[in-house]
Every structure is written in structure tokens, then in C-alpha cells.
Write a protein that binds this ligand. Structure first.
Ligand code: HEC
Length: 135
């Protein structure tokens, strides 16, 4: 089951890599300032600033480009994320956050996600920007 889910996530990632134009068309362009506010629903469990480290959830500082479920110092990953084999990209996060528990039902992240595509794009822009701005 876990393996199947990892493969499913990879396929999502691969199909998005294989058709970058389709993926871009799907994700509206985001606004980091609005995204800062959208990030409020994540902040109970996550920080985006390096200096803040992990919270109830792992740090989201420079999350893009990292393999899921492997950050040092965060000891509460689910088995599903510990065994995950995919890299976080903006496109994958955009798809996942629409309904996180649909893609990874065995994850320990209790979030209803962000159904609004524009809000998801804003939030992702904020995470990108915070990763560049913060040391
Ligand atoms: C109630 C707490 C909680 C909320 C709210 C929450 N998360 Fe999480 N998040 C977690 C936990 C716990 C994990 C680890 C999940 C696992 O191991 O299954 C996680 C994992 C993640 C990861 C993977 C990190 C990694 O190292 O692979 C990302 C990305 C993420 N969350 C983004 C978000 C975003 C964006 C939001 C807001 C829309 C959000 N989360 C809301 C608790 C939360």
C-alpha cells in the first residue's frame, strides 16, 4: 500500500515534469504577500523561517528540492513519509495541498488543505520567497 502510494506520488511528479506547460497552465501565478496570510493555517504546525526550526510539523524552510520525510531533527514523520521517495516541487505541492489526506491517507498531517487554487499558488510563492529571503 505504502509502495503504491509512493509510486502514485512519483507518477504525479513525473507527469508534471513531462508536461511543464500543462502544469504551469494549471497553477495560477502566486503572490507572496497574500501567501503569508494563507500560511496562517499551516503555522500552527510549521515554520518557514530557518531560525524557527521544526514545530509539530517539520520545518518548511527551503522545502522545495528536498526528498519528502527526511529532515534531520524531526522525529515524528509517519511511516508513509519516512519511506517516501519523491522530491517536493511547487507543482506537486500545488496538487497535494488541494486535499492532502486524499493523496497520502496514512500521513500524520491533519490538515484539510487549501481547496482554492489561487490561495495555494500564493502560499507556494510565499514558501519560495521565504526560502530565498531567510538565511
Ligand atoms: C495540525 C498540524 C499541521 C498542519 C495544520 C499542517 N501540517 Fe504539514 N505536516 C504536519 C506533520 C505532522 C507532517 C509530517 C507528516 C507525516 O510524516 O506524515 C507534515 C508534513 C508536511 C510537509 C512535508 C515536509 C517534509 O519534510 O517532507 C509539507 C510540505 C507540509 N507539511 C506543508 C504544509 C502546509 C503548506 C500546510 C498548510 C496548508 C500544512 N502543512 C499544515 C503537520 C501539519
Amino acid at each position: 500500500m505504502k509502495h503504491v502510494l509512493t509510486v502514485a506520488a512519483l507518477c504525479y511528479g513525473l507527469s508534471l515534469v513531462a508536461s511543464p506547460i500543462a502544469a504551469q497552465a494549471q497553477m495560477p501565478s502566486g503572490d507572496a504577500e497574500r501567501g503569508r496570510l494563507e500560511f496562517g493555517v499551516c503555522r500552527t504546525c510549521h515554520y518557514a523561517e530557518a531560525i524557527m526550526g521544526h514545530n509539530n510539523g517539520p520545518s518548511l524552510h527551503r522545502i522545495f528540492g528536498k526528498v519528502a520525510g527526511k529532515q534531520e531533527g524531526f522525529n515524528y514523520y509517519s511511516d508513509e513519509f519516512q519511506s517516501a521517495q519523491f522530491v517536493w516541487t511547487p507543482e506537486l505541492m500545488f496538487v497535494w495541498l488541494e486535499n492532502p489526506m486524499a493523496m497520502f491517507p496514512d500521513s500524520s498531517m491533519m490538515s484539510a488543505g487549501v481547496p482554492d487554487p489561487q490561495k495555494r499558488a500564493d502560499l507556494i510563492e510565499f514558501l519560495k520567497e521565504a526560502s530565498v529571503r531567510e538565511p
